[in-house]
Design a protein around this ligand. Structure first.
Ligand SMILES: CSC[C@@H](O)[C@@H](O)C(=O)COP(=O)(O)O
Length: 339
């Protein structure tokens, strides 16, 4: 089933999304026929993950253009639907720019999707070099096809390691409170036949202590100029654990997630989500009514805790401002360079 697909008339114009809020229970398609429906899908996490948000935002702007609606307002609404993943605003702005310049919005949205898929393949090839033989790899949140074009960012590396016969175990953090690890990464791992085990987030420390983790691999929602990495809440604790136990901590993200205009980790806007995500589960209360809640969707890991950042252009190590600034603006990805 497609994670995301554009549909032309007569069925469309529409953006068809695999509704990730319903996984792994059922594979249901959410049909977005207007921009408010795409914005809702983004806010409610029916579509999520930094690169995929960029793709969805691009198609959202293309939808406004196809419907003859206010494309500028559509781009603003999409860019503002969630604050942390820089890809969202970038995708919306890129397609808006094409439209302003008289180029077809839909072709630009397709180009973003194609580029992200090509970037995934290249990141997998570069990241594979960092996975040891017999690797026991721990990951957090979801970074596969449900979060990016192609096989994904960090999960793309893990899948490549499995194909190369290098993966002994993928440890999957369940990723409280919305369980992107348990619901989505385990679902993708099973489909790819990866050896995997789901654990509660709080169990990761004892796994490190037992010497069961050789590598941590995860994605990013935004990487600031100083090398700080915003990713799903819980990432920072894993980075501290990895440093304490001498385990490499690798971030896999396309250059479309690197934001040189955001100077430091402290400048990255962190989304605070509904307290109800923490105080209830499956419709049942899990905390006393009215308990105050702190529910940031992301946290920021300082660059000095990150062993390497893998982009489609190669491996960045050490992670520092100089090495990141050398990336400059992301160039277009041409077919002949794909791996
Ligand atoms: C390839 S995706 C990297 C990140 O976007 C991912 O790890 C993540 O934090 C997603 O958060 P989400 O809130 O599910 O959109």
């Amino acid at each position: 089933m497609d994670v995301l697909r554009w549909s032309d008339p007569p069925e469309g114009p529409a953006l068809l999304l695999l509704d990730q809020t319903r996984l792994p229970r059922e594979e249901a398609v959410l049909v977005c026929r207007d921009v408010p429906a795409v914005v809702r899908a983004v806010r409610e996490l029916a579509v999520r993950g930094a690169p995929l948000l960029g793709i969805a935002a691009g198609y959202g702007v293309a939808l406004a253009a196809a419907l003859g609606e206010d494309v500028e307002a559509a781009a603003r609404a999409l860019a503002g639907a969630r604050p942390t993943a820089v890809n969202l605003a970038r995708g919306a702005e890129r397609v808006l720019r094409a439209h302003r310049e008289g180029r077809p919005a839909l072709a630009e949205a397709h180009a973003i999707a194609d580029e992200e898929a090509a970037a995934s393949a290249r990141m997998a090839a570069h990241g594979l070099e960092l996975v040891p033989e017999g690797g026991r790899v721990l990951t957090h949140c979801n970074t596969g096809a449900l979060a990016a074009g192609g096989d994904g960012t960090a999960l793309g590396v893990v899948i490549a390691a499995h194909r190369a016969g290098r993966l002994t175990m993928l440890w999957v953090d369940e990723t409280r409170p919305l369980l992107q690890g348990a619901r989505l990464t385990a679902y993708e791992a099973a489909r790819h036949g990866l050896p995997h085990t789901v654990l509660p987030d709080g169990a990761a420390a004892s796994l490190f202590a037992a010497g069961e983790v050789d590598l941590v691999v995860l994605g990013a929602d935004r990487i600031a100029r100083d090398g700080s990495v915003a990713n799903k809440v819980g990432t920072y604790s894993l980075a501290v654990l990895a440093r304490h136990h001498g385990v490499p901590f690798v971030v896999v993200a396309p250059t479309s997630t690197v934001d040189l205009a955001t100077r430091t980790g402290g400048d990255i806007p962190i989304e605070l989500r509904d307290p109800g995500e923490v105080t209830a589960f499956a419709g049942q209360p899990t905390a006393p009514l009215g308990s105050p809640v702190y529910n940031p969707a992301f946290d920021v890991t300082p660059g000095d805790l990150v062993t390497a950042i893998v982009t489609e252009r190669g491996v960045i190590a050490p992670v520092n401002e100089g090495n990141l600034a050398a990336l400059g603006d992301p160039p277009p990805i041409s077919d002949d360079e794909g791996s």
